[in-house]
Design a protein around this ligand. Structure first.
Ligand SMILES: CC(C)(COP(=O)(O)OP(=O)(O)OC[C@H]1O[C@@H](n2cnc3c(N)ncnc32)[C@H](O)[C@@H]1OP(=O)(O)O)[C@@H](O)C(=O)NCCC(=O)NCCS
Length: 156
């Protein structure tokens, strides 16, 4: 039985493991490498100082998480992570929809996120949930765009 809840500080070590396990498939495949590869609980704790996170548990064990924080008039979603064995059952969609609901409650103008250009499957998932490409970005040291900012504007 899956359960959605807010994270607690005591969850940070497990959340760090889940993030690393979720992003492990990109090791050696992304340029520049994902920062998730070198996450430590201390870094995750710092990242959460100005934001919040949701977790999904299966039998009291965290199997997925997503972070969100205010960014201007928008809410920025990041670190969307679902353990490989829990994918394709709508868990990421549940996390995104709950963050969207919370963002609306804060009267934000919408949700925003960044996704690598090579991660077309993820872009398709975000598109199916109402996000659209807003702009392209380039990691420092690269000459061509490497990521896309996607946005979902809320109706007034
Ligand atoms: C990207 C990621 C978060 C998606 O998690 P997920 O829980 O599998 O996502 P969902 O189940 O909500 O949706 C994934 C797909 O499963 C499909 N799906 C959802 N419920 C389903 C079900 N019950 N049966 C079959 N398919 C289903 C969705 O339609 C979606 O299809 P698509 O791939 O054609 O878009 C996960 O793959 C992951 O952690 N990847 C590594 C980290 C990462 O890339 N994070 C995002 C960086 S931008």
């Amino acid at each position: 039985m899956l359960k959605l809840r807010d994270y607690k500080v005591a969850d940070i070590p497990r959340m760090t493991e889940v993030i690393k396990a979720a992003f492990a498939e990109y090791q050696g495949k992304l340029e520049p490498p994902s920062s998730a590869e070198k996450k430590s609980p201390e870094v995750v704790k710092q990242e959460l100082e100005h934001g919040n996170a949701l977790v999904i548990e299966d039998k009291d064990i965290i199997v997925a998480c997503a972070f969100y924080k205010p960014k201007g008039n928008y809410v920025y979603l990041e670190r969307l992570s679902v353990l490989p064995e829990y994918r394709k059952q709508g868990i990421a969609t549940i996390l995104i929809k709950e963050i969207e609901k919370r963002a609306k409650e804060t009267r934000a103008k919408g949700l925003t996120l960044s996704v690598r250009l090579v991660l077309t499957r993820q872009q398709a998932l975000y598109s199916s949930l109402g996000f659209e490409c807003e702009s392209y970005g380039t990691h420092s040291g690269f000459s061509e765009p490497t990521f896309m900012t996607m946005i979902k504007r809320f109706a007034d």
